[in-house]
Structures are given as C-alpha cells and as structure tokens.
Design a protein around this ligand. Sequence first.
Ligand SMILES: *[C@@H]1O[C@H](CO)[C@@H](O)[C@H](O)[C@H]1NC(C)=O
Length: 172
Amino acid sequence: MLEVMEVHRSTTRMCSWLLWVVGLVLSALVGVEGLENGLARTPPMGWLAWQRFRCNTDCVNDPHNCISESLFMQMADLLVHDGYRDLGYNVISLDDCWMARSRDAQGRLQPDPYRFPSGIKALSDYMHKRGLKFGIYEDYGNYTCAGYPGILGHLQTDALTFADWGVDYVKA
Ligand SMILES: *[C@@H]1O[C@H](CO)[C@@H](O)[C@H](O)[C@H]1NC(C)=O
C-alpha cells in the first residue's frame, strides 16, 4: 500500500514536471504574440471629474467645486506636482456638463462660456504643455445624460471639432 502510494506520487511528480517542460518548449517554439503598435500599453489612467464633481455647474455659490476650466487646471497641476503623471496617470478628462446648452451657429459644440471662458483648445494646450493627455466627454445619443447636446446627426462635425481642439481621448 505504501509502495503503491509512493509510486503514484512519483508518477504525479513526473507528469507535472513533463507538462512543465512541454509547456516551456511549446511557448519557446510558438512565442507569445502581442500586438505592439505603441497604443494602449496600459489602460487609460489619470483623472476623470465625474465621481467627485458630477454635474455641479453652480460656480456662483460653489466656485471651487463646480465644473469649470479652473477645476481642470488645478487637477492637472496636482497630477504633475504630486507625481501621478510620472507614474503613468497622465490623462485628464472632462465629463458631462462642460458644454453650453446649444451648438454654435455652425452646428459645433461649444463650452459653457462662463465656466470655460478660455475655450477648450486653451484647456487642451494647458494639459499638453504639462505632458498630460486631454480627454473629453460626449454622448452617442441625441442628448448627454445631463441633457446637453448629443452627437447624433453631428458625428463628423464633432470628430473634426475634437481634432481641432487636440483631444486625445473621448469618453462616450
Ligand atoms: C434622435 O432624434 C431623432 C430625430 O428626432 C430621432 O429620429 C431618433 O430616434 C433619436 N434617437 C435616439 C437614440 O433617441
């Protein structure tokens, strides 16, 4: 009985050792193929406004916590100053409620003029100067969750607008 168990145990050991060798040889022969085109080496990492600031647009009564260009500039400074950017957390992203309630005369999206007085291109430049990537939000629908203009019927216009602004990443 003891002998049988011994034999069994050493057979099992032998089997797992063989499997390990076969696996090693196979992976050496086949190689591990991964697409390497420089994109998405990590998931997008950085800071997105929504979880903390939601759709707070009340800059009159709550100027330090409302969705505005100064909030995003402050967060960008913190990502850089506190060392997050250098660890790879390098995307700053707007979420809902950055827009004006209506498109401009050419049908383009525009930011809320009171909360983003310098415009989105200036905000995007601010991020790029600090080695950060700039993300934006738009909804694949007629309206965003908070009722701002959605992308349907304006796909090309909005893609061109985001490209003009130097947007790196779109959350939809
Ligand atoms: C968006 O609006 C158009 C025009 O009113 C309508 O035909 C379409 O069903 C709407 N789409 C959605 C997803 O609500």
